[in-house]
Design a protein around this ligand. Structure first.
Ligand SMILES: NC(=O)c1ccc[n+]([C@@H]2O[C@H](COP(=O)([O-])OP(=O)(O)OC[C@H]3O[C@@H](n4cnc5c(N)ncnc54)[C@H](OP(=O)(O)O)[C@@H]3O)[C@@H](O)[C@H]2O)c1
Length: 310
């Protein structure tokens, strides 16, 4: 009897009312022969019921072709759904690959950090270890994931927030995770407070909501050690005065390289596609911000090696 062949199926568990078409399209373009099932308004209570029903029908061989993609704009709920999904999967001796990229937060943060790593290497400043990094508005999904990745690279991270207590919850969570005090918070609820958050920074990443300028040219003059500035806000007004969305290691001012939101966005898409491909290639495993960063950094290292070989 011929072996059954299995179609790749992506099961989207989205915590929002509507599943964003963004990641559905990225997945279907990466695997045009695949199928997508989508579930919306998913909570940690709902997740196990769906997971049990996707885990068993295809058996261990077929389950390797069923991929779960967890998504949503509520970062905390996404984390809860991931936890509930992993727990439910333990009820079978096999599992499924789980991709997590809440509204692009993981792949975008991974790409942003990797781009600043690349700029640091290109300038001869070395790796991110020990670098003083300020993530402006480091409390959103992208900003806090960037802070988490910088901390995992042993950078000395400052995040800003309009609310000290909101920032502290995030800093404490990351510090606990890495077992060291790598992230601190500076409250910035007036533009003139930005200077104190960036005075020692060698790298600044603006991670604010769309259409909010967080760093002016005058602010940047208050950061004498700064060599790299990144911005992830592609909606005008952009996050950093004078930094264009397509700028890619372009001098923002003498001695300071700027990386704009669309330059980061290009690496973000590559990273997300590769995350999906790796999740499809593996029968199980968690494909989250950490894998996203490994992928984005590999891309940068490849580019650096190519430039060095010229
Ligand atoms: N380039 C790409 O490929 C890509 C992909 C995905 C997202 N993005 C962009 O990445 C950025 C961050 O996304 P996100 O989802 O993490 O953002 P978000 O949650 O909407 O906002 C991030 C932070 O911005 C701060 N903020 C909001 N309104 C503000 C205001 N009026 N003044 C000052 N600060 C304000 C908030 O911090 P506090 O409340 O703590 O002050 C918030 O936590 C957005 O611009 C988004 O469009 C880019």
């Amino acid at each position: 009897m011929a072996q059954p062949t299995y179609k790749t199926v992506f099961v989207f568990l989205d915590t929002d009312k509507y599943c964003s078409p963004f990641d559905l399209l990225v997945a279907i373009d990466a695997f045009p022969d695949s199928m997508i099932f989508k579930y919306e308004n998913v909570t940690d209570e709902d997740a196990p019921k769906i997971v049990f029903d996707l885990l068993f029908p295809r058996g261990p061989v077929g389950a390797a072709h069923t991929k779960v993609f967890i998504n949503g704009s509520n970062f905390e709920m996404v984390e809860k759904v991931v936890e509930a999904t992993q727990k439910a999967m333990k009820s079978a001796p096999w599992g499924n690959s789980i991709i997590v990229d809440p509204r692009g937060g993981y792949s975008t943060a991974a790409a942003a950090v990797a781009k600043t790593f690349g700029a640091s290497m290109a300038q001869g400043l070395g790796s991110l270890e020990g670098k003083k990094v300020t993530v402006l508005a480091g409390t959103g999904p992208v900003g806090q994931t960037a802070a988490r990745i910088y901390a995992s690279e042993k950078a000395d991270v400052t995040i800003t927030s309009r609310s000290l207590s909101k920032g502290q919850i995030i800093a404490e969570k990351i510090n606990q995770e890495c077992g060291a005090t790598r992230v601190k918070v500076v409250e910035v609820n007036k533009p003139e407070q930005t200077a104190s958050a960036i005075k020692d920074a060698q790298i600044i990443l603006a991670a604010g909501a769309g259409g909010i300028q967080l760093l002016t040219a005058a602010d940047l003059n208050q950061a004498p050690n700064c060599k790299i500035v990144g911005d992830i806000n592609a909606i005008k007004p952009l996050g950093v005065e004078g930094l264009g969305p397509n700028d890619d290691n372009k001098e923002l001012k003498p001695g300071v390289l700027g990386i704009g939101a669309l330059a980061i966005g290009k690496l973000k898409i590559k990273t997300e596609v590769e995350m999906i491909k790796r999740a499809v290639a593996e029968p199980q495993g968690l494909f989250d911000y950490s894998i996203a960063y490994t992928i984005a950094k590999e891309q940068i290292l490849k580019k650096l090696a190519k430039t060095a070989a010229k």
